[in-house]
Write a protein that binds this ligand. Structure first.
Ligand code: NAD
Length: 337
């Protein structure tokens, strides 16, 4: 409750439109009296030898210490000799699951108005293990790594998420008919975890069929859990169902219960500094962070204010066909709190 001591959370405003939309989050959190104290960290302009990246060891320590954080978009620095920012975060914080809630926003019309699903993507292995090489000229090989440990961990997270968020079904997405060993092991782990959650309905759906079902009737799904590559694709497909990356929140879950929420979109250099950015995705990401902290009252209050502002249609940013500035849209959300 707001009577207790404030919770410290790390904030990376990020690049481009990042600082503008992060400001919007700070305003809305203030308006809703969220008991959070932000610890702000910026991406440096020099490589920190301890992280081999532009992210400093101190900023990673901040997330580790606080256990929760919110990250704005970060522009990928060009040049050699350093690790990408997102890779640094993923590796250093062991962010093993990427969680994306996708629900229809009333007032923003898309093909479906009953989308309400959660994609949970394994984030550390699979086809993204970075093990590619040339066997002989004209023949290359890419290794897809699936481990029991990482599969059980993400499956456990998915079922636990379903149980604690009032969800009824978990679908494991796979291609085990072809990738018998790798996807087969992934499924085996999901089945093992499913047995511990008899109250959750467990289904296995082949990835190609899943794509068709999603575009024909997204209401067929609830929580989806899948290996890295399928998760990358399906989570974008689901974002498209509700109106695009500008509206889609996400949260990365790490070892030891770390949660680092982030918008799915990039730094939008074309509109940066112009007060035109839509802060919705970062705001909804901040809402997932509040839910992780079990601050559901605050999360509901902010989420409803955002949805009502969009539904009312009076204030909308340009990407949603309106002409409001970031600050006007933010003020409207604060008025709806
Ligand atoms: P982008 O998402 O930044 O922009 C794509 C288009 O969407 C642009 O026209 C942009 O104006 C628009 N857009 C994006 N977010 C918006 C918002 N909140 N409100 C209104 N319009 C929005 O993708 P890009 O141009 O391919 O990438 C730009 C930079 O962002 C690159 O440096 C890239 O590496 C980085 N990036 C970072 C992340 C991340 O940090 N997670 C993700 C993707 C891209």
């Amino acid at each position: 409750s707001s009577d207790s001591a404030p919770i410290r959370a790390t904030l990376f405003p990020g690049d481009g439109i990042g600082p503008e939309i992060a400001e919007s989050v700070k305003q809305v959190f203030k308006g809703a009296e969220v008991p959070i104290e932000w610890e702000e960290h910026y991406v440096g302009d020099q490589i920190d030898p301890r992280t081999q990246s532009f992210l400093t060891w101190e900023s990673l320590e901040s997330v580790r210490r606080n256990g929760v954080g919110l990250k704005g978009p970060m522009a990928t620095p060009i040049g050699k000799g350093h690790r990408s920012l997102n890779l640094t975060l993923r590796k250093e914080l062991n962010l093993y699951a990427n969680v994306r809630p996708c629900y229809s926003l009333s007032g923003y019309k898309t093909r479906y108005d009953d989308v309400n699903l959660i994609t949970i993507r394994e984030n550390t292995e699979g086809e993204y293990s970075g093990l590619e090489h040339q066997v002989v000229r004209g023949v290359v090989e890419s290794l897809k790594i699936i481990t029991r440990q990482a599969s059980l961990r993400v499956a456990e997270y998915a079922f636990h998420y379903a149980k604690t968020h009032g969800r009824e079904r978990v679908s494991a997405i796979h291609k085990a008919n072809i990738m018998q060993k790798t996807d087969g092991l992934f499924l085996k782990c999901c089945r093992e975890v499913a047995e511990k959650y008899p109250e959750i309905t467990y289904k296995e759906v082949v990835i190609d069929n899943c794509c068709m079902m999603l575009v024909k009737n997204p209401a067929l799904f609830d929580v989806l859990v899948m290996p890295n590559l399928y998760g990358d694709i399906i989570s974008d497909l689901c974002a498209g169902l509700i109106g695009g990356l500008g509206l889609t929140p996400s949260c990365n879950i790490g070892e030891g219960g770390i949660a680092l929420a982030e918008a799915v979109h990039g730094s939008a250099p074309d509109i940066a500094g112009k007060n035109l950015a839509n802060p919705t995705a970062l705001l909804l990401s901040a809402v997932t962070m509040l839910r992780h902290l079990n601050l559901h009252d605050k999360a509901d209050r902010i989420q409803n204010a955002i949805l009502n502002t969009i539904a009312e249609g009076k204030y909308r940013t340009a990407d949603l066909g309106g002409s409001s500035t970031t600050t006007d849209f933010t003020r409207a959300i604060c008025d709806h709190l």
